[in-house]
Ligand binder design. Sequence first.
Ligand code: CTP
Length: 421
Amino acid sequence: MRKISWQHLNPQVKTLLHGVSRAAEGAGISVYIVGGTVRDILLQKRNVDLDCVVEGNAIELAQRVADLVRGELKIHERFQTATVTSPDRISVDFAMAREEFYPHPGALPVVRPGTLEADLKRRDFTINAMAAVLHGPDAGVLRDLYDGVHDLLRRHLRILHDNSFIDDPTRILRGVRFEQRLNFKFEPRTDRLLKSALRRNVLARIKPARYFTDFRKVLKEEEALGCVRRLRRLGGLDCFFKGRAINDRVLGQIEERRRRLPSFYPAQEADWPMIRFMALLAGLDKVQIEYILKGVPVCRREKESLLGAIQATSQAKLLSVKRMASSDIYAILKPLALENILFIRLRTSVKIVHERVDLFLEKLAHIRLDITGEDVQKALGKRPSRIVGRILAEVMEQKLNGRCPDRARQLEFMRERTCRI
Ligand code: CTP
């Protein structure tokens, strides 16, 4: 009987899992950590997403855990699942053990309550089909019905049954993600079935929305470039990009230059999957991008950014002219989303453009006026307030160019300006 070792988990995670064990014992409910959680614990990753499967009422157990650890409880009625977030801000998801069947290939599965064994059977790869007991005297015991540990040791990705990629084609994208992330290999039968599924064009059977949910995860990977290149070679991108050539060369450039960004860059705040998507679409025009985005769940802001990225090269050209005031740089970059600014910076190798984008992100973007619209309105008296914005913009231009650094000088400039109206 193999037991899982919790040693390398951070203490907050251990405390929370201990709380789950105690709550389950109190209620006489069987609960297991499952899937990617077990995989990552066995791979000795420190930060893991915590997924629990409950043989019984998942919501009831989640409520008990939340009470016990004084955590926050969120119930997702529609899926009959719940999330508990501990006071240390660690979250654990609870779902009822279920079995699943596919009414037809590529459809979303129909689910009903089941045992742990049935729950593991419906999963994608053996390394993701393990569980560890959390309740009772067996706590820590690994349930590895498909030899997942063996595959972890051999660094193999193995599906559980021959129809896996046909039933759920998104597993092709998942498989490539794990292959690149973990540096694993598809074992021969899985490799053969994956290629055969692609030849049968199974990815065309799923809606763009479903493909993109998984493709976004591909783009989130540290190894996104490797994943995209692998998917392209396999022919796993064509149906989504509708045969358009995707630009993994630009993606390669961006990944390379991203490593050399100055440390003051707010890179953590940026949506990298979107920037990578912009890179893949580089070279396509508005009509082509809109065609690809049909039915794809991107919000309005994301769509604007993706279409806005078409301008990146011309914006870089504008930023490379010989003489430019700070206010000119500001006027070009201020209206743009952070992702578009980063895309311009990473798309070009022109030094002056790099310097100007750096100046914007380090300094100009943080500059605020020391006067307000009220100050301007007061000075204007009864004159129309629609010019307030314009005057403020002019004062800002002065400040950006270093001419009106403080409130006194801004007020002076503003009064002079309002007199002339
Ligand atoms: N799963 C599956 N088939 C899918 C999606 C998920 O079998 N198409 C199962 C796998 O057992 C997986 C678990 O559900 O481990 C949790 O899914 P998810 O959180 O999406 O994946 P992780 O394996 O945790 O991967 P990641 O580390 O990327 O979050």
